[in-house]
Write a protein that binds this ligand. Structure first.
Ligand SMILES: [Mg+2]
Length: 288
């Protein structure tokens, strides 16, 4: 159904982790014991800057080594709920990840795809859609069209790879051009790592994960993200668990922090702590 790479994506055994200590979550020393004691768990993951380094060509931002087999292991060897949460369209994320059997919340919450299924897109009012067309048109007066991405409910202007001064000047002009659209209401402009985006209000990563977690109702959940757009998710994840900022320390609503290079190990750890074959042994004595 989806264009996947030819590589065998079946779950590989997790190696060399038995002797490795669990990944430290800065600011949240009890993380793994909290996870171990939960009877139901959920893991929500941003993609760019969290599981995949940034690339000037945004369609070449591939996951870090170890991410894909670890995601497969979580899916196949644990009962944990897992979903990717991204500003990208679902189809684009699936192509980069090479996995179709994970749930993906795409386009900042405007698309949702269950494992192996096509995305369901939330309807957009025609007037909002027309505003996005106008935003793309206005942006094109200041930057090459190849750097303008018209998504279902947003328009992104990608500035990565430009000289810093040029990027700042373009961002200023685009922001100014978009101000007349923002003034009409119903849309907001938000920066992201590598550009800025005019988005229709109503859904964001926070409202999207709250919608999902109110159904899943996990005992314990974690959300990993790196960017300003992830702050919406950090703000709501505390109802169920812990937000983890991936990347350098900065002011954030996340309770914990992790370097991106540690993300594959974190996923391995999530899989091995919750592995069904090990659960009875690990849980004995952890409660009561
Ligand atoms: Mg990100």
């Amino acid at each position: 159904m989806f264009a996947l790479s030819g590589m065998d994506r079946t779950s590989e055994p997790i190696t060399n982790v038995a002797t490795r200590p669990l990944t430290q979550i800065e600011g949240r020393a009890s993380f793994w014991s909290d996870l171990r004691q939960a009877t139901s768990t959920a893991l929500l993951l941003d993609y760019d800057g969290t599981l995949a380094p940034f690339a000037i060509d945004r369609l070449a931002a591939l996951p870090l080594p170890g991410v894909v087999p670890a995601l497969q292991a979580i899916r196949e060897q644990t009962d944990s709920f897992i979903a990717l949460v991204t500003g990208r369209p679902v189809s684009e994320l699936r192509q980069l990840l090479g996995l179709a059997d994970l749930m993906v919340i795409g386009s900042h919450g405007w698309e949702t795809a269950m494992p192996g299924a096509l995305p369901v897109t939330r309807a957009l009012q025609p007037a909002r859609s027309a505003l996005l067309d106008a935003a793309a048109y206005l942006a094109a007066e200041h930057i090459d069209r190849s750097r303008i991405e018209r998504k279902h409910a947003s328009v992104a202007v990608h500035l990565r790879g430009l000289q810093l001064d040029d990027a700042a000047t373009i961002a200023k002009h685009v922001n100014s051009a978009w101000s007349q659209i923002v003034a009409e209401g119903g849309v907001t402009v938000r920066p992201f790592n590598g550009g800025l985006e005019l988005r229709v209000s109503g859904w964001d990563k926070g409202t999207a994960i709250a919608d999902v977690l109110e159904t899943v109702q996990p005992d314990f959940a974690a959300y990993l993200g790196d960017d300003d757009t992830d702050e919406d998710a950090f703000a709501v994840i505390s109802r169920w668990g812990v937000g983890i900022l991936v990347g350098d320390a900065r002011p954030t609503r996340a309770a914990g922090r992790l370097d991106m290079q540690a993300a594959p190990g974190f996923l391995d750890d999530w899989a091995r702590v919750l592995a069904k074959a090990r659960r009875p042994e690990q849980r004995s004595g952890s409660r009561q």
